[in-house]
Every structure is written in structure tokens, then in C-alpha cells.
Ligand binder design. Structure first.
Ligand SMILES: Nc1ncnc2c1ncn2[C@@H]1O[C@H](COP(=O)(O)OP(=O)(O)OP(=O)(O)O)[C@@H](O)[C@H]1O
Length: 329
């Protein structure tokens, strides 16, 4: 029993009968207990649909969703839709916006043990570092703070699975890092299994144990962030996860790469500046802080490269650069 994956999907299909047809199709995947899983894909690819199916908020047309080996019942089969062990934090947060933060969270616990209720609420607020906001009304909080309150509401009743729909959509870069750390702590210290969806997969790279890439309702690839980033099997995954250069076979030939596939992908960091190869012209430079992105041009072919010594190359200067690595699709 212990070796069972927490969540399993077997050939799950849910198609919305609208024009054009959309939804998710024949998705099979498994999710281990206590891990962080990121479902990534372009807008409209079916990420939220998949999340709702896992949570028991949508009934699949075919296939089966299991939690700890037992079939997850859909909304038509239950009085109160949704699996008891799972909590969903939707994009709209679902807060009582005119109530105080404390009441938003405490309100989900019963009044049979008032001391325990207070202790638990404080504990969860401290865990998510929102205890200083306890007496503020939810409506007066920033988007990022509201996000945290929504997560606190979700975990206060001790769910085993937390499903987060676009948790990073409302937050700035600094807060993103904090939120990532919070999500990691929930998995590590509370043993919660986390499934989150994001249209910006870069969000998942630093925190996911496993990423699932979804395109047009199909699961096209899954694996660790490391393997998906370094060895994406699909061009879609490469373009989703990286800021890569995509060349046609003809363009690749111009710069000395011969392929019998259709496209060649070169990550900016795979280009060795000033280390042999062709004579490239520095067409444009984009300051990025501690590094620079430079646009190189050679006989009409353009490549974005990474320069860790900003200012070293002047616009319109010529630098010999080589390509250390590429992938073919
Ligand atoms: N209730 C519905 N009825 C009809 N079509 C729907 C419904 N819900 C979603 N869709 C369609 O199904 C497809 C997948 O939607 P879904 O919300 O799962 O995608 P997503 O990847 O989460 O998108 P986003 O990143 O924009 O939130 C979209 O084309 C969407 O328009």
C-alpha cells in the first residue's frame, strides 16, 4: 500500500464539446506522495482542466483518476464535489474579502475547540508568514498576500494534497522566490503532495520534483526539471522552458550545422563567444544586469547568445564564436 503513487491518472480524457474541441486527451501520469509537481504548458493547453479532474471537480469522459489506489469520484457522484484529502487554490482565491485575515482562515475550523482553533490558525499564519496581517481585511492586501491567505485557508484543515492554479500569476519576482520556498516547506515539513499549474514553466524549474508538459490537451513529456531542460525530447518543451534559438535546417547549414531533421535548437548558453567558429557581427545588446544578451548575425542568420561580461563587446564589432552544442528536432 505504501508504495502506491499518491495520484494516478490512466488514459484520462475530458473533452469540452465546443468549437473548436478542447480539453485533455488520454493523459496518463503518476504523482508520488510528498513531492512537488508542476504542470506546465501554454495558455489553453488544458492545465486547469487537468487540475480539476485530479481534484474530483470534473468528471472524465473516459479513463480513471485514483488517489492512493482508490478511484476519485467526480462531481456527479458526490453530494459535495471534490476529494476530501485535496484542496484547490483557484486563481480567484475565493476569499471573504471584507473579513479579516484571521477570520478568513479560522472560519474553516469548527468551534468545538476554541483554544485549538486559535492555536492552529496562528500556527498556519506563522508558517506562511502572514501573522502580522491577521487583523487586516483581505480586500486591503496585495495580490501576493491574498495568495498566501488562500493557501493558509487551504492547508488549515490538513489536506494531503494541495492543488494550486497559477500561484505565481499575481506576484512579483522577489515574492515568487518566497512563495516557492513556502511551497517547498509545505511538501517537506507537512508532507503535502503539491500539484501546481503554471503557464510560465520557468516557475517550475527551481522547485519541481517532476514537471509535466502539456500541449493541446496532451501530455507530451514529463521528467525532472534538469532532464527536461537539458534534454527536451520535444521542440515544444525546449521553447517553453528556455529562451532558445530555433533555426531551420537551411539556416543551420549556413553556420556549419548539417542536419536531416527540420529544426536545430541552440540555447544562448551553448554559444562560446570569442572562441573560434564563424565571424559574427554583434547586432544588438540587451542589458540584463549581471549578464548581457547579445544578438549575433552571420550571413543573415541571427542567434541570441549569453555574455557574462557586459560591455566587453561593442555593437557592430565582429567576434569569432563557436557553437558548443545543439539539438535537432
Ligand atoms: N467549461 C468549459 N467549457 C468549454 N470549454 C472549456 C471549458 N473550460 C475550459 N475550456 C477550454 O478548454 C481548453 C483548456 O482550458 P484550461 O483552462 O484547462 O487551459 P489552461 O492550460 O489552464 O489555460 P490558462 O493557462 O489560460 O488558464 C481551452 O481551450 C478552454 O477554452
Amino acid at each position: 500500500m505504501n508504495n502506491l503513487p499518491a495520484i494516478e491518472l490512466e488514459q484520462v480524457t475530458k473533452i469540452y464539446q465546443t468549437q473548436p474541441r478542447s480539453g485533455v486527451e488520454s493523459v496518463s501520469l503518476s504523482i508520488e506522495k510528498g513531492t512537488i509537481n508542476v504542470i506546465a504548458g501554454a495558455s489553453g493547453s488544458g492545465k486547469s482542466t487537468l487540475l480539476k479532474l485530479i481534484a474530483g471537480l470534473l468528471t472524465p469522459d473516459s479513463g480513471e483518476i485514483r488517489y492512493l489506489g482508490k478511484r476519485v469520484l467526480g462531481p456527479t457522484e458526490k453530494l459535495i464535489p471534490g476529494h476530501e484529502a485535496m484542496k484547490v487554490v483557484a486563481q480567484d482565491f475565493n476569499l471573504n474579502i471584507y473579513a479579516k485575515v484571521y477570520d478568513n482562515i479560522a472560519g474553516l475550523l469548527s468551534n468545538t475547540d476554541l483554544k485549538g482553533k486559535q492555536r492552529k490558525t496562528l500556527e498556519v499564519m506563522e508558517f506562511l508568514r502572514i501573522d502580522h496581517l491577521a487583523q487586516k481585511r483581505a480586500v486591503d492586501l496585495s495580490g501576493g498576500e491574498q495568495q498566501r491567505v488562500a493557501i493558509a485557508r487551504a492547508i488549515i484543515t490538513g489536506p494531503e494534497v494541495l492543488l494550486l492554479d497559477e500561484p505565481f500569476s499575481q506576484v512579483d519576482a522577489m515574492f515568487k522566490n518566497e512563495l516557492r520556498a513556502d511551497i517547498r516547506r509545505m511538501a517537506t515539513y507537512l508532507g503535502i503532495t503539491v500539484v501546481l499549474v503554471s503557464h510560465d514553466p520557468v516557475d517550475g524549474l527551481s522547485m519541481a520534483d517532476k514537471m509535466m508538459i502539456i500541449k493541446d490537451g496532451n501530455l507530451v513529456e514529463e521528467g525532472s526539471p534538469h532532464s527536461l531542460y537539458n534534454r527536451p525530447k520535444e521542440l515544444y518543451t525546449a521553447t517553453l522552458l528556455t529562451n532558445c534559438n530555433v533555426l531551420s535546417a537551411d539556416e543551420a547549414r549556413v553556420i556549419g550545422i548539417h542536419t536531416n531533421k527540420d529544426q536545430v535548437v541552440i540555447y544562448p548558453e551553448w554559444i562560446d563567444l570569442a572562441e573560434g567558429g564563424q565571424e559574427w557581427r554583434v547586432k544588438e545588446r540587451l542589458f540584463k544586469g549581471f549578464y548581457e544578451e547579445i544578438l549575433l548575425e552571420y550571413e543573415g542568420v541571427e542567434l541570441r547568445a549569453l555574455n557574462t561580461e557586459p560591455g566587453l563587446y561593442k555593437t557592430d564589432s565582429i567576434i569569432n564564436s563557436g557553437i558548443r552544442k545543439f539539438r535537432e528536432y
